[in-house]
Design a binder for this molecule. Structure first.
Ligand SMILES: [Zn+2]
Length: 302
């Protein structure tokens, strides 16, 4: 299988704002890790009053860097791309310090409160209790000082994921939906491959000049990156179908077949990724299986 080439170069210093575009700076939070790369990116948008996109973890030093960067300019809005803890745990204290209005896509607490102990990023990484002051719907605009941001609904990595398009700048804040340093984790039940692919196609139809992701550096050729992502997913899907045809007909057996030589500690994440693909193939009518889907259910190509 052909692998994606990742861009892992990012120049920054923790606590020091990096200019991204006129009226846009980035601060990288000090929460580096296998799922967060160098840390969560927090963006400050505007030049008079500011919007903060993804305050990041609840970290005093990071919060001070945000407030220091804002200086005398008021932070009027806090926007969240999705309620994963590495993006939203810092919201409550930043809101308390600034009085900013919190804007996010509202989660359905009943539907989304699912046990995620098998999640590749560990135990509960979703903040089910994040209650935005303004519940954004797809296409909603958030206006402040001299900025206007439009919410693009992009579920897939998370059911509440939003990207934000910055008006008059050809720029999209792409959250964890599209990143350059690695492929996005799509792990059920939080992640959904069918939604994810549809959400990639939504961004493919746009003509933005750059994406600013939730982790890692700026993406300068976003359409190329999205196409590479889609191609990569299609290859993996083909590899899974071939494995089933050759008799590796359960998720447990597909994983070592598709991810040759995989390290033991990566098997749980790879298993969820294969499960996401199999769910998508079942939805598309390409694979048949008795439900509910488990790791050892027999799969058949249709
Ligand atoms: Zn993240």
């Amino acid at each position: 299988m052909q692998e994606l080439k990742f861009r892992t170069d990012i120049t920054f210093e923790y606590g020091v704002p990096s200019p991204m575009s006129p009226g846009v700076v980035r601060l990288v939070a000090p929460n580096a890790g296998p799922f967060t790369f160098k840390g969560t990116n927090t963006y400050l948008v505007g030049s008079t009053a500011l919007a903060v996109i993804d305050p990041g973890p609840d970290d005093e030093v990071h919060r001070e860097a945000i407030l220091r960067t804002a200086g005398a300019r008021p932070i009027t809005h806090i926007l969240s791309t999705h309620a994963h803890r590495d993006h939203v745990d810092g919201i409550a204290k930043l809101k308390a310090a600034t009085g900013a209005i919190v804007c996010a896509y509202p989660r359905d607490p009943e539907a989304s409160r699912i046990a995620l102990k098998d999640s590749p990023s560990g135990s509960y990484f979703v903040d089910y209790d994040l209650t935005p002051d303004i519940a954004l719907a797809p296409g909603d605009r958030v206006e402040g000082g001299d900025f206007a941001l439009t919410a693009i609904y992009t579920p897939g990595h998370a059911p509440d994921h939003l990207c934000f398009a910055l008006e008059d700048r050809d720029l999209v804040f792409s959250g964890d939906h599209v990143m350059a340093w690695n492929t996005t984790v799509v792990a059920p039940p939080e992640g959904h491959m069918g939604d994810y692919v549809r959400s990639l196609e939504i961004l493919l139809d746009r003509t933005d000049a750059a994406f600013l992701p939730g982790h890692g550096g700026r993406i300068f050729e976003p359409q190329r990156t999205i196409k590479a992502y889609l191609l990569h997913r299609r290859w993996r899907e083909q590899a899974i179908l071939h494995a089933i045809v050759r008799g590796q007909n359960t998720i447990r057996r597909i994983v070592p077949d598709v991810y040759q030589g995989i390290a033991t500690h990566l098997i749980p994440a790879a298993t969820l990724s294969v499960q996401a693909h199999v769910e998508h193939l079942i939805e598309k009518g390409r694979v048949a299986c008795d439900l509910p889907l488990t790791q050892d259910r027999a799969l058949a190509c249709v």
